[in-house]
Ligand binder design. Sequence first.
Ligand code: ADP
Ligand code: ZN
Length: 745
Amino acid sequence: MTDPLHIIEVAIPLFLDKTFHYLVPERLQEVALTGRRALVPFGNRKLTGYILGGATGTDIPNLKEIIEVLDREPLWTSGELEFFRWTASYYQHPLGEVLRTALPAGINIQTRKGVSGEPETLTGGKTARQERFYLPGPVAEPPRQPGAKALEILAVIREAGDISAAELRKRFGACSPQLKRLCELGLSTSEEREVYRDPFKDRTVTRDVPRQLHTHQKGALDAIAAVLDLRQFKPFLLYGVTGSGKTEVYLQAISHSLELGKNALVLVPEIALTPQLTGRFQARFGGGIAILHSGLSDGERYDEWRRIRRGLARIVIGARSAIFAPLDKIGIIIVDEEHEASFKQSDGLRYNARDLALVRGRMERACVVLGSATPSVTSIHAAGLGRLTLLELPERVENRPMPIVERVGMKGSKETISAALSSCLTETYEQGQQAIVFLNRRGFATFLVCAECGKALTCPNCSVTLTYHRQRGESLCHYCDYAVPAPGTCPSCGGTSLGELGAGTEKLEQNLKELLPAARILRMDSDTTSGKGSHERLLARMNDGSADILVGTQMIAKGHDFPEVTLVGVVNAEASLGMPDFRAAERTFQLLSQVIGRAGRGETPGRVVVQALDTEHYAIRSAAEHDAAGFYRQELEFRQEAGYPPFSFLAAFAISGLSEQTVSEQADKTARLLTQIKSELKVRVEILGPAPSPIYRLRNRFRRQILLKGINRSDLHRLLTSWRQQAEIVSTVRISVDIDPVDLM
Ligand code: ADP
Ligand code: ZN
């Protein structure tokens, strides 16, 4: 047993930089343990805090007593709390806020109830309760002790992952003795709890067995397995083109970890959380997997969280927030598609799950595998320096050739679809094969322009053009959702002749219908995938051959395997190059490489047509020529010359508010203070700005930014810490500091 704590350190979810000390009254001394929540007096309020541990040698007089302990089971281990302390310090975010962010929303609702004076414990939920059965973890083969009926029941539990007693009785009749026996043998676990809302309950899973690895896969797996055996921290970069068998390496590496009694954490970008990927994990491992993604209701998320905390799930798959999963004994952390920007949280605690995976891996002495077909420039650089161990899978499984890519220059052309792409599309369609056409812009026309005054329709709240959506009959702001009926009249001069400029996926879809009237065309973008399951339905129609052409934004570029697609068309390849962001070329290269990789994954070799204004831009040319090494070389040279990451470390200040003048004054004041601290501390940090943000106005707020560029992390960190202690910010202005920013818009 842990010794009782008399004085405790508590983190409170408020924007305060420090933690607080409290006394533990006698009656709570057995339960006030590290990692639980406590209700504490704070000023004249009662707040929920997180117990970080005992405090010794504090000679602060008049310590207050905690009021109540809110959990029967600890939410966090002390090792995990260490990780959160690191996170709070690195991202310059209050620890209490970090902990609140890391907990599932379901629990935070309870916290609010707690504040109103009615604390609830973890096990005290009020929803309907059920007896549920599931496997305590992936089980290799069932032993012979149970009878035939018990084995059948076990198979069903394994298949379902998690199933209610009622459901089992429906299938097997009376089966309590068998269930009891299975639990005694440790083959199944039962628990009384709130209804488990299984988000995957409609899916049937077929078992899948490990593949015989090819040479490169085997080399990668051996290297990972050796590190797992040593129980050491070691980070790898698994660099393999699309279809080279990375996922198979992940699966077998995880098996190895499980055999050693160690658990696995798998981070994937939200977009990749399709049934395809999760289905493969379930097919390989059966139950014992927890899947966390944004489609879960608060209740479902909370259920999954508790399954993990209780050790009932040994593999956790999730989007970025899964890096905070309460998983014990982590042997391996995998970050799939590690280059994806979605690992970065863009508000609140602005963490990057890919970076935190390395930190948590080091603390847990785990093996970390960053996998990608198009690694980030940072990872390629780190591999060059030996900070990441490079594992390459240079060939596609079964040596399928890379597709042949043709670049079509579009300068001076008014067409959305070039003659080259039209004829390829027609041919592909006539041969009964499938095609994908990619355009990274949703909507009908990009925007409407007034023929009389020449002004484009812009959002009154944000300094961006409105996108014309013909089907909705609206011009829409993609940032704040502002909408006006379209085409409508010109807000500047009242003109009625509004012309379309540029093209979005909706327009492209219409052009394709004109080109191939009989073809079955699907469109996938955030307009057509907002309904629950709509994404899966579109993918399923491509996979079962009931569609010929799929049109879409970057949603179609990633993660999906369409074996029947032999043609990929890219319209306006430089759509993402125009961004005022030093990563624009990197993003464009990655996106194009991913889309190109969608062609010819099955038996038939693939063809790609890339339309661009400047077909010689190095991001476009390298992607088209499958010359990744050439791209990385050129990009790293550019970054070094310009002093951008990975050759420097950035922090971005965003200063925003409703009054342009106040924002501007606060921005100047902030820059002055930073400059002053810089010279006091003699840190090597460049201070750029203040300057108007690329999107100067967003949701009615004026925005300015200051960019800090540090030669090393510690100089930057010292400057920021000192600034936070001295800053005075007027209440009408918001300042956020983004460490290692990804989005500079
Ligand atoms: P990636 O994750 O790199 O895109 P996958 O692991 O999904 O690649 O592999 C691509 C396809 O090849 C999948 O259908 C997978 O089942 C199959 N595959 C992977 N490794 C092997 C192997 N060693 N032998 C046969 N098929 C394999
Ligand atoms: Zn807007």
